[in-house]
Design a binder for this molecule. Structure first.
Ligand code: R5P
Length: 287
């Protein structure tokens, strides 16, 4: 198992569960900015690269995959707990690039298989819509349900938009809690509105669950609407802590109790570990 720099914790957690050694490659920049890559260690037939595929990491992953193959690996897989470039999965305005497809094509020509956690599948039914390699999706719902059960009394789960029903319903089934899906309209990157919930709260505490927390506007607006409808301070749970903006104060200011996330992207809010489902997903690809 090869850890992309910054993903050592993920790799250690997975390596421990799978009983495989974790190698820390040397990756540095030459003075001209180009990347130097070296893997110092023995590789078997299967090499597993662990690291989030993002704009910054793509070349590192591509060069690590090339180096692993040169060192004898016949299959190279990628574990990217957060799969970037899944949001622009369609051309919304003339002339826009459908980057989900282009990124899928690039990664599919770089590694032989891919494992990720709850990718942003809204308009696409499956990763096969943009990836040509075998992929497996690990689900965060059971781990989120365990956290909700242990941390929130009388929860009612809230999905902030129609797409969120897929994970909110799954969490609700695992923890036996009721759920409610709101409607969201996005007018811009930081401009969203959400319908007012029809709430008879009966002592329930709302838990807003979304896949990605980026600018946080979705969580902030959902919190505002819930509080305006008379609910208790909601707890916010995100799967992927993208956190493009510093949003903690705004979220608390809107009336939230707090925010926790799964550890797909290292962040101070990580409280829910998804290493077990990830390890199960990786096992499916190892010979
Ligand atoms: C949207 O379709 C996603 O499921 C999330 O709701 C969205 O990515 C959250 O973005 P933000 O935090 O910027 O509102």
């Amino acid at each position: 198992m090869i850890a992309v720099p910054g993903s050592e914790d993920h790799a250690r957690r997975l390596g421990g569960r799978l009983g495989v050694r974790v190698l820390a490659p040397e990756i540095r920049q030459f003075p001209d900015g180009e990347l130097y890559v070296r893997i110092d260690g023995e590789l078997g037939d299967d090499a597993v690269i662990v690291g989030n595929a993002s704009s910054d990491n793509f070349l590192r992953i591509a060069f690590l995959a090339g180096t692993a193959r040169d060192l004898g690996a016949t299959r190279v897989g990628l574990v990217t707990p957060y799969l970037a470039y899944m949001r622009q999965d369609s051309r919304f305005k003339p002339g826009e690039g459908v980057t989900a497809s282009y990124f899928g094509r690039l990664l599919s020509s770089t590694v032989d298989w891919l494992v990720t956690v709850d990718p942003h599948l809204h308009r696409l039914d499956s990763l096969a819509g943009v990836y040509t390699i075998p992929t497996t999706i690990a689900r965060a719902a059971p781990a989120i349900a365990t956290w909700v059960t242990a941390s929130v009394e009388h929860p009612v789960l809230i999905g902030p938009d129609a797409e969120s029903v897929q994970w909110v319903q799954a969490v609700a089934e695992h923890c036996g809690a009721p759920f409610l899906i709101l409607e969201k309209t996005r007018r811009g990157d930081r401009d969203v509105s959400i319908t007012s919930p029809d709430g008879a709260w009966n002592g329930h505490t709302p838990v807003v669950i979304d896949d990605i927390v980026s600018t946080g506007q979705t969580m902030i607006e959902a919190t505002r609407q819930l509080r305006a409808a008379g609910s208790a301070a909601p707890m916010c749970v995100g799967i992927h802590a993208v956190f493009a903006d510093a949003l903690h104060e705004a979220l608390i200011g809107a009336g939230a109790r707090g925010i926790v996330t799964c550890n797909t992207i290292p962040h101070a809010t990580n409280q829910i570990c998804i290493a077990d489902p990830l390890a199960d997903a990786v096992r499916q690809h190892l010979a």
